[in-house]
Design a protein around this ligand. Sequence first.
Ligand SMILES: Nc1ncnc2c1ncn2[C@@H]1O[C@H](COP(=O)(O)OP(=O)(O)OP(=O)(O)O)[C@@H](O)[C@H]1O
Length: 692
Amino acid sequence: MAMRTTSPSLSSAASLGYLLQNPHSLAWFATMPTSGSCIRSLSRFVFPSSKPSFAGGIAVSNLAGTKISTYGHGCRGVSRLSFVSPAASNLHFSTSSVMGFELSSDNQCFSVGKKVRRGSSRVRAGLDGDDGITLEEEQKLDRGKNFVVTTPLYYVNAAPHMGSAYPTIAADALARFQRLQGRRVVFITGTDEHGEKIATAAAAQGREPKDHCDVVAAEYQSLWKELGIDYDRFIRTTEANHEKIVDEFYRRVLDKGDIYRAQYEGLYCVNCEEYKDEKELMEDNCCPIHRKPCAERKEDNYFFALSKYQQAIDDLLTSNPNFVRPSFRLNEVQGWVNDGLRDFSISRAAVEWGIPVPTDSKQTIYVWFDALLGYLSALLEEGKEPGVDNAAAGGWPASVHIIGKDILRFHAVYWPAMLMSAGLPVPAAVYGHGFLTKDGLKMGKSLGNTLEPKDLVSKFGPDAVRYYFLREIEFGKDGDFSEERFINIVNASLANTIGNLLNRTLGLLKKNCNATIAVDSSTIPEDHIVRKVASESVKTANRDFTELNFSGACDALLAIATAGNLYLDDRAPWSRFKAGGSSAEEAALDLIVVLEVVRIVAVGLSPVVPEFCRRIYAQLGFTEEVFRAITWEDTQWGGLKAGQVMVDAQPIFKRIEVLEEEAGNPPPKAKGKKEGKKSKQKAPAAAASNSV
Ligand SMILES: Nc1ncnc2c1ncn2[C@@H]1O[C@H](COP(=O)(O)OP(=O)(O)OP(=O)(O)O)[C@@H](O)[C@H]1O
């Protein structure tokens, strides 16, 4: 690797560009000061992605504008970079053809290096986004590529709750969005089934551990079905293939010299299945997450030499600031790393319910050294011999692990080190989302303060649940559930802003235009106010979905529907129809504008509320097949064609009516909470606008 100097002031928010073409290697970056102010600018080049080789690179100029350094050429497999500037004379690259640069906001330092996505053939360059390729162009280049997204593998100590559903809904929305982008998505979820906590839970139910796991895993699968979770793989860590992969992985790490035996003494939280540092505990050695005292334990265990990976993990976080997301969680992870990484025990002597240590049948493998590998085993294609490499060939590395912030350390520190030890690439990103809380505490199985997703789904339907949690709680931050807010949000967005807009427009179309579109919606001029809003908002939604900002994406799409409502009210087509002649023709065009708006919203929101959007498409006169074949391209204006006949307006979302205490059914409630107002769903009046 090239020489590396570090600069304390590099800003990840600063200009960014990278040129890349390398299917195999991992990312690294070199950062250096610009030697005072000698660097004035970095110029950059954009290369067509279709070329098997590329030429060009970076030009660095000094304050007088004189070019002082250039990077010259590259071709498949071989490339070379030499800086000749005084600032960078110690840098010499001779690696395969991926490199990039990043300039700090104060221009005091820059980084060069390579950023790699496995299998990537993208070529990208840019500074301040001015001549870099756009997100849309980048997505076009990525079409057909693998996108592997995972949820946590849920611990089957108890049935799923709303907290377990939350990241799964988010992962499903992301998977659906990436499918719309044309990526080959592998969406992995599943259950983590070994360990002391499971054995205890099974015993408490009077069941054998495996029987207990079967029951709870089935509950997860059934809930995912109810929530419309369209996963590709459901991995259970008690599957024989997984156990073989864990065994082989362990031996690889052992062969690397990264496993040794030693005594460990410390404070253990059974609910976290983790030894804790005293400084992170609350009074009476209570775990801050589970609020239960940790127990003193002393064990003779096998250890993973995490400390050997101190520098590598540090480099990973420095070179790839997007590895941990959202960005504010990176500091937390860097804090742990800066405190010094300590080896951790990866076996248990006293736990029978686990995968045996390959070299010592008296010990079982620690749940985390087992469960994390579930992401890999899930990729093993049917009929393939179970093994680490065969599993990895199914699409490793993951594009993003979606996990709760409680398990960030395992995913952002332990897991990459384990993978490096076993000679495998690290995932592209780890996204640590926030907690659903109840009275400020994390809702969880161990605390028993959970909210029942099945109750919510059976009462309000999957779309309302999916929409509320993705739209209302900023992904990455904590959020409390409020039933009142739930009802207000889904009514306002799904029933009113979108549902009612479609309903009243279809009513007008039926009454005045024989339920038929007169001309292609593409004939609406590009500078039409509503068309412009749609075009801009779709771009925002695209960016937000890509960044897992589901709330932002929902808002952007809702803004299109709001523009449609305002336009309809402003234009009052019902009056124009009455006037007849050219006014009536204009009114017919107005309806096309609004229906096109609803169609675009349906495509864009389909990752979040797929059933709701399917119903919209059906009402717009499209077949089920057409809806199933939509892509993100269909968010572009122009999908409605002349002659298309709409079906009769039906409510696409039943407004939730809030009733007084004595009426209706009890609402789903957080356990231990007194019931508040009662609510039930009621079909809305057919068309809400009295002007129709
Ligand atoms: N209250 C919550 N809010 C958001 N996500 C949650 C919540 N509870 C669990 N999760 C998700 O589930 C993952 C952990 O799954 P696990 O099966 O350990 O659930 P748990 O309910 O947290 O269990 P326990 O209470 O026993 O710790 C978390 O990392 C997170 O992604």
